[in-house]
Design a binder for this molecule. Structure first.
Ligand code: SF4
Length: 190
């Protein structure tokens, strides 16, 4: 029987050099994504690639403020990603609400709802700062401290309680069902 843990350093090396990103372009930070991936800053040289499918990506980038409506999509997308997965949030808004600290519909602390591995402060952070955050998360993957995905499992009750307090229990089912009357109407029209 092979003990796969012996190969873990090799796996960590491979993971950190091939991060595929779900770029969830919330807030103003979405505008910083194209320059990061194109010729001037060129994140592809680190083996990074944007990928719209959460099932095939391991780095979740939250690029700015998050509203409750968006947070539902963020949680569902995060849960669809396979383990191991990492979350990086940039901009002050996901950290503490930023300039929307007193807005009724801005989430103040993203890590109450999903675990964040690296925050990059700034409004908005320069691409160099984002690259610094990328290097940080690569180091954390290598030394095994990018463990938000483990914390989500171990403390699921805590995250679920916060999610339910915000949206009400059974919010996933309600969210899925709310489109059914609209779809039925569409079908009747056809
Ligand atoms: S931190 Fe600043 S730039 Fe980023 S989403 Fe908030 S207001 Fe926009």
């Amino acid at each position: 029987m092979v003990d796969w843990r012996l190969f873990e350093p090799l796996f960590e090396f491979a993971r950190k050099r091939s991060l595929w990103i779900v770029a969830f372009c919330t807030g103003c930070g979405g505008i910083e994504m194209p320059p990061l991936m194109t010729s001037r800053y060129d994140l592809e040289r680190f083996g990074m690639m944007p990928n719209p499918a959460p099932r095939m990506a391991d780095l979740f980038l939250i690029t700015g403020y998050v509203t409750p409506k968006t947070l539902k999509r963020i949680i569902i997308t995060y849960e669809m990603q396979p383990d191991p997965k990492y979350v990086m949030a940039h901009g002050s808004c996901p950290l503490n609400g930023g300039i929307y600290w007193d807005a009724y519909n801005a989430i103040k602390h993203l890590d109450k709802y999903i675990p964040v591995d690296v925050y990059i402060a700034g409004c908005m952070p320069r691409p160099e700062a984002v690259m610094d955050g990328i290097k940080k998360i690569m180091e954390m993957i290598e030394n095994g401290t990018a463990d938000g995905w483990k914390r989500y499992k171990e403390n699921y009750e805590y995250y679920k309680k916060n999610q339910d307090e915000l949206f009400g229990e059974g919010w996933r089912e309600k969210e899925a069902r709310k489109w059914i009357p609209w779809l039925m109407d569409k079908r009747r029209e056809e």
